[in-house]
Design a protein around this ligand. Structure first.
Ligand code: PXG
Length: 441
């Protein structure tokens, strides 16, 4: 509940991915955040079980980040990044490169996950063109994939409400793999499902249809987060890697959610032991204190594009705020915390506790699946007859009112807490969800 006192006019702001009319009738407004908790404008403490939107991995209000940003804005508030540089942009790129799989040590800065995705798709096209295979323009995404909201991202993305309004303007030459989610086979799996590796074979079918010589890249989330926690079956990512490699197709892992410790390793690539050609990042890269994103690229891809140009600018792409000084300050401070506090290892150590706590919801009211990986859990509910999504929306609202912030998509509740979470708080999250489920029709 939000106190009605001091609430400004809400009408001017058009809120993103929000039911605007409903929200404004009953706004939920946050005022402060520290550690694991938000404080609402009504003064209520709300535990953050979702790390904001999967991004505040080191917990809220970290003093090192606050200080780094304050100092940076006083010292060098902005520096153009076209034909000029500043020291921290290079330092931040090196710090990120150290966390990437071996050989993926060239880094391009963006300001968001959506920009990272569009940047990665452009790099893929530029790479093939630089190699004299400019006819490789086709891009392959996956059903139920989320790659942000740029035209590139929604074209390879697989969420129909994000696409249908814009369907006439999507990128041409895009195909989609099937998603891997099948509750009939995999309900209540702990970690990766044993069944479903064969979904990767669909890539061979797509290659046979279009011919490999027309395909630039395949982009997937190694674990799909925002579309309901879809965990890759065992062997699936390995197979995608083998098929792409065989056909000279680049593999892009969209690690906007999985990057920076979410699965208990720096990247999902490291966690799964599968190395793609490009990795997109954002969110946890700066602990969300300043908008930031990046694309890590295999060195040979960078060298091919940069080396192929006769002289002058090699890659016609970039943003006014690529490597913004506040972003690089936040990135360096954030990566420093991850290392000092060993947060990726902490997430790994907590994973079994988290898994057990989540799976206690098996048998809870309305629950038809629980799945988990690292510090991510998906709790799928039986949709209400004739009103898909309504049940989860009610769970979200009731949890919030009882001091717990969860996410929902469709009828799936997603949990992805900051990596600083304590064991007792993990139990509290799933117990509270259980209690709330008892009160929801
Ligand atoms: N790729 C992936 C895999 C993402 O999850 C983006 C790209 C786009 O990032 P930006 O920074 O442009 O939003 C995302 C974003 C949710 C939720 O509720 C998930 C995202 C964003 C907002 C909400 O699950 N993911």
């Amino acid at each position: 509940m939000t106190s009605q006192a001091n609430i400004p006019d809400l009408s001017n702001l058009w809120m993103p991915f929000t039911a605007n009319r409903q929200f404004k009738e009953q706004p939920r407004l946050l005022a402060k955040a520290k550690g694991m908790y938000y404080t609402s404008t009504a003064g209520q403490q709300v535990m953050d079980a979702t790390a904001g939107l999967w991004c505040v991995n080191a917990g809220h209000g970290r003093q090192e980040i606050v200080d780094a940003i304050a100092q940076q804005t006083a010292e060098l508030d902005y520096a153009p990044s076209f034909q000029l540089g500043h020291l921290d942009s290079f330092r931040a790129a090196s710090a990120i490169a150290k966390l990437m799989p071996q050989g993926m040590d060239r880094v391009f800065f963006t300001n968001s996950g959506s920009e990272s995705v569009d940047t990665a798709l452009k790099i893929a096209l530029a790479y093939h063109r630089a190699r004299g295979e400019g006819q490789r323009t086709r891009l392959i995404g996956r059903e139920r994939g989320y790659h942000g909201v740029g035209f590139g991202g929604i074209s390879v993305g697989g969420i129909s409400p994000n696409r249908k309004t814009f369907s006439g303007a999507l990128l041409p030459g895009v195909d989609h793999l099937p998603h891997t989610h099948d509750l009939a086979k995999n309900a209540y799996t702990r970690g990766q499902p044993a069944w479903g590796e064969h979904f990767a074979d669909e890539l061979e079918r797509i290659v046979a249809l279009h011919d490999a010589s027309t395909i630039a890249a395949v982009i997937v989330e190694p674990m799909a987060g925002s579309t309901g926690v879809l965990i890759p079956p065992k062997g699936y990512l390995e197979k995608l890697r083998a098929i792409t490699e065989k056909h000279g197709i680049l593999l892009i892992f969209d690690e906007v959610i999985t990057g920076f410790g979410r699965l208990g390793a720096a990247t999902a690539s490291e966690f799964f032991g599968v190395t793609p050609d490009l990795i997109t990042m954002a969110k946890g890269i700066s602990n969300a204190a300043v908008p930031a994103g990046a694309v890590a690229v295999r060195r040979n891809i960078h060298d091919t594009i940069v080396g192929a140009a006769a002289s002058g600018i090699e890659f016609f792409h970039g943003y006014t705020y690529s490597a913004h000084p506040l972003a690089t300050a936040a990135i360096l401070a954030t990566l420093g915390i991850y290392e000092k506090d060993q947060l990726f290892q902490r997430a790994k150590n907590l994973s079994p506790v988290f898994e057990n706590a989540a799976h206690k919801l098996q048998g809870a009211r309305h629950v038809i699946d629980v799945r988990n990986l690292g510090l991510v859990a998906g709790i799928e509910l039986q949709p209400r007859e004739g009103a898909p999504g309504a049940r989860a929306a009610e769970v979200f609202a009731k949890c919030f009112d009882q001091g717990l912030m969860v996410r929902y998509t469709g009828d799936i509740i997603a949990i992805s807490p900051p990596l600083i979470i304590e064991e007792g708080q993990i139990q509290e999250i799933f117990q509270k969800i259980d209690e709330v489920l008892k009160t929801v029709d």
